[in-house]
Every structure is written in structure tokens, then in C-alpha cells.
Design a protein around this ligand. Sequence first.
Ligand SMILES: C[S@@+](CC[C@H](N)C(=O)[O-])C[C@H]1O[C@@H](n2cnc3c(N)ncnc32)[C@H](O)[C@@H]1O
Length: 213
Amino acid sequence: MNDSSYTPPLGTGATADYDRAIRRWTRELRWREAMLTVLAAKPGETILDVGCGTGTFAVMLKMAQPGVTVIGIDPDEEALAIAETKARAAGVDIGWRRGFARDVEAASAHAVTSSLMFHQVPMAEKRAGLQAMRAALRPSGRLLIADYGRQTGLMRLLFRATIQRLDGVADTQPNADGVLPALISEAGFDDVRESVRIHTLTGTIALLTARRS
Ligand SMILES: C[S@@+](CC[C@H](N)C(=O)[O-])C[C@H]1O[C@@H](n2cnc3c(N)ncnc32)[C@H](O)[C@@H]1O
């Protein structure tokens, strides 16, 4: 897990600037609150947030539904340190683990979430990550992904000028071409749906849901 083996939270930018950038450029509250609504977590559920980064969604989730067990997984040590500080300041208890999406262990989670992670990872890791996430779910477990999906018109230009400058083209272009729903189906999930599309200054962020049969 060395620094060049993955793209860190803000790509070529500093991780310390990540939260401010996301707040300023992505209409963050809009899509994070949409995630909470679509996820509809219930007390007693265990939810894994894969590629949790600086922990904003994991903390929001635990604050919105204190009865859930939340585990955040990310390879980036600096991001996890920020996440831990954020959780402590919010007074919530979250399990943080260092690892890649493909390392997510088989388990019986009720739901797996992931935001803004898949556009940053190579095709092989998108596939391996989705397979591991499926194995981490119990039957009928839910998958919820919020990420840059198919980009069209102006959104494609904005995505190119912002996200692709920070994160490169190789890993991000398949997302912009709309590859995620097919990859989710290929990994064995059912009921793959796009429930929300939010246009931002950095491109369109889509919420995708699916279920483990
Ligand atoms: C843009 S950040 C998103 C962070 C967070 N989910 C959010 O919504 O703010 C992408 C995160 O994915 C992590 N990441 C990169 N490659 C990964 C991989 N192969 N598996 C899991 N996480 C990865 C990065 O370290 C980074 O924290």
C-alpha cells in the first residue's frame, strides 16, 4: 500500500484541502443527503463505507442514525487520520480500517456505500472492488454508490476541466462513459438502478443502487 499504488482523495491536490474542495465544488450536501435518504438505514444495521476518505459520509450516517454500526475503509492514512478526528469531534463511534476495496472481507453487512471512489480506481479495481463488496453483503443487502457517472454536454467539459485534471483520464474516463451500471450487474448484483443525478461544477454525480440477491 505505497503512495503510488492508488489515487489519494484529491488526486494531485493535497488531502488537507479535500473537504474544502468538495464542499465548494460538488454541491456536497445535496448528494450526501440524497445518499442518506436513499440508504434509509435502520437501527441494528451494519454498514460499510468503502473508500471512506476523510469520513464525512460515515460521520453523517452515524449522526443521522446512531443505531447503526458504521465501518469506514480506505487505503489513505492521512485521510483516515482526518476521519478519526472528525468522528471524535462529532462524538460518534466508527470503526476505521486501512485497505483497498478489493480487501473488503466477506461478511454479512446490511449495506455497503461508496462515494466518489470508483472514478479514481483502475478498471480491474472497479471490478474486484464490486465483487468484494457483494461478498461483504448478506442476501438482500443493499449497495449504494454516489459517483461521477455518464457525463454529457457541458457536464463532460466541466468533468474534463476539473476531475480529470486532478485524477487523470485513464481511471476516470470509463465512469464518464457510463460504465458503472454494467460493472455492477457483471459483479452479480440485481436491481441496478440510477436513482438521482445531480449536476455540479465538476460534472454529474449519480446515485446508483443495487441489491445482492
Ligand atoms: C475522492 S475520495 C472520496 C472520499 C469519500 N468517500 C467522500 O465521499 O468524500 C476517494 C477515496 O478513495 C480512496 N481510494 C483510492 N483507491 C482506492 C481503492 N482501490 N480502494 C478503496 N479506496 C480507494 C482514496 O484514498 C480516497 O480517500
